[in-house]
Design a protein around this ligand. Sequence first.
Ligand SMILES: *Cc1c(COP(=O)(O)O)cnc(C)c1O
Length: 225
Amino acid sequence: MTDIPANLAAVREKIAQAARDAGREPDSVTLVAVGKTHPAETMRLALSAGQRVFGENRVQEAAEKWPGLRADYPDLRLHMIGHLQSNKAAEAVETFDVIETVDRPKIARALKKEMDAQGRPLPIFVQVNTGEEPQKGGAAPADAPALAALCRDELGLDVLGLMCIPPLDEEPAPHFALLAKMAADMKLKCLSMGMSGDYETAIRLGATHVRVGTSIFGERLPRNP
Ligand SMILES: *Cc1c(COP(=O)(O)O)cnc(C)c1O
């Protein structure tokens, strides 16, 4: 049995400790609890334990899981943390409160159009492919400043900061350090980086948002076909 309130308490304590170790306030780090593959009833256990910020990586799954929960917890905030196709922009803007995975001009423009149409100007992160992995989403580090400028200056989007997912088989710290330097150069305040295996490292390197799934909800469940 996964004891979600206990897991959440343990993760929150580690976040607070890592923040204090880095000379930062514990509440300068937002825990994004990643619920992908786990059902709404499981999310409800985290909501009962006081968690309010969640992440999902698929529009369809989130659109099925979260409206019912929102009815009971109107103050919850849902972050999109997965690859986003332009033809899902409308449903993404309806379903999420923050889009963390803006990684190319086409999706930035599609989101802007939908935010205007729906009157929902959502904050975003620009995702950076710090490892330059061909199969992974994210703007190449060399392209990220121009993309952030397009989002902020031309489209007028509320760009909170940068997000990255380091390569699985590499030491994450250099990727976190690179993302922090890029955000500082672009004068962006937020850094979404760090998952179950490395969120304490990410906090030491400046993470303001950590995305934690397995350490809270246990192993991911097989998806329905
Ligand atoms: C699944 C996922 C996470 C959470 O990963 P865990 O290792 O389970 O904590 C974080 N970020 C993204 C983008 C994810 O897809």
